[in-house]
Design a protein around this ligand. Structure first.
Ligand code: AMP
Length: 310
């Protein structure tokens, strides 16, 4: 095996988030799609992070990332620059974030340059970020076993052509239900997933917030999972990224892309997402262990188990 072929390379936003939910609010807390997904993946496999921050990004956040199995040599720091800032609120509907401000800052002039040894990564996750940057990363990697992407309404509206190019080149597309509908203009989710499959990805995973996730393999639905019943959702930010990071990290740990592992990956993804929403920012992940994760995975299994017909 080439060195690093069990690693997950992740590119995406590294952010300071200001978020308000019915449970409270945080200002300029650690966030970003690449951060949530890297921490989630790091419970299972080594991670290589690609992103950019400004000089205002607190050193303690970098220390937190490196204290997990996350290689941050691909995280550029722009002298005098300002970190990406997202401001969002959840009012009433916890499944739907309302974006109040997106300040791209250092991401506006970012061009990812992968450290040489990152190129051999076996697993690649293009987390939410400008699809043109996602393409630049795809151009720099050798021959990964599995590639996946995520996106959001901001890029579907603003950079649809680049996003379609990304979809042509990845194996897995993660999308939430609203994004799948927005991208295809199709209100029926099964048909929307089929259309996305036709754009390129072999697997389409549609996340439905508190209603679980559905995975389509080739043309048909191959797995559907409820979400874990969390009684107090404090902050849904990063749930989708935690799902995808947990999914990719778990697949990297197994080293093998097959349907049984993909199904387990969906449940691990849902498990990570269910923990993440129990606190603001990355706070719940800071005190999470693999034992907690496996415990909830098993609980999940008991909840969804049922006997054969008859
Ligand atoms: P999620 O709740 O999983 O959809 O992702 C939330 C994260 O996405 C937050 O931590 C934000 O910093 C990040 N985010 C918000 N808008 C964008 C954007 N336009 N591009 C990249 N990341 C974003």
């Amino acid at each position: 095996m080439a060195a690093g072929s069990d690693s997950v390379l992740i590119v995406g936003s590294v952010a300071l988030d200001s978020v308000e939910t019915p449970s409270g609010k945080v200002e300029r807390a650690l966030g970003g799609a690449a951060v949530y997904s890297s921490i989630a993946a790091s419970f299972f496999a080594p991670v290589r992070l690609v992103g950019v921050v400004g000089e205002d990004f607190p050193q303690e956040h970098v220390a937190f990332l490196t204290s997990r199995r996350i290689d941050t040599r691909g995280l550029q720091v722009v002298p005098g620059g300002k970190t990406f800032h997202w401001k969002g609120a959840y009012m009433g509907d916890l499944n739907q974030a309302e974006t109040i401000a997106t300040e791209l800052n250092v991401f506006q002039s970012f061009s990812p340059k992968l450290p040489e040894d990152y190129r051999s990564s076996g697993f690649v996750f293009l987390a939410n970020i400008d699809p043109e940057l996602q393409l630049e990363v795809l151009d720099q990697i050798d021959s990964p076993k599995l590639t996946a992407c995520d996106t959001m309404n901001f890029w579907i509206e603003g950079k649809k052509d680049a996003l379609l190019d990304v979809l042509r080149r990845v194996d897995v597309a993660f999308m939430n239900d609203a994004e799948a509908r927005q991208l295809t203009g199709e209100s029926n989710l099964n048909r929307a997933a089929n259309e996305i499959h036709e754009l390129g990805p072999r697997y389409v995973v549609v996340k439905k917030g508190e209603h679980g996730a559905v995975m389509y393999c080739d043309q048909s639905m191959c797995f559907t999972a409820a979400s874990y019943p969390v009684h107090e959702v404090v902050d849904p930010t990063g749930a989708g990224d935690s799902f995808a990071g947990g999914f990719m990290g778990f697949i990297a740990r197994t080293g093998e892309v097959n349907e049984a592992n993909l199904r387990r990956a969906v449940i691990y993804g849902s498990t990570l997402a269910s923990f993440n929403v129990q606190d603001f920012s990355l706070n719940r992940f800071k005190r999470l262990t693999i034992k907690d994760i496996d415990g909830r995975y098993e609980e999940f299994r008991r909840i969804v188990h049922f006997e054969p017909a008859g």
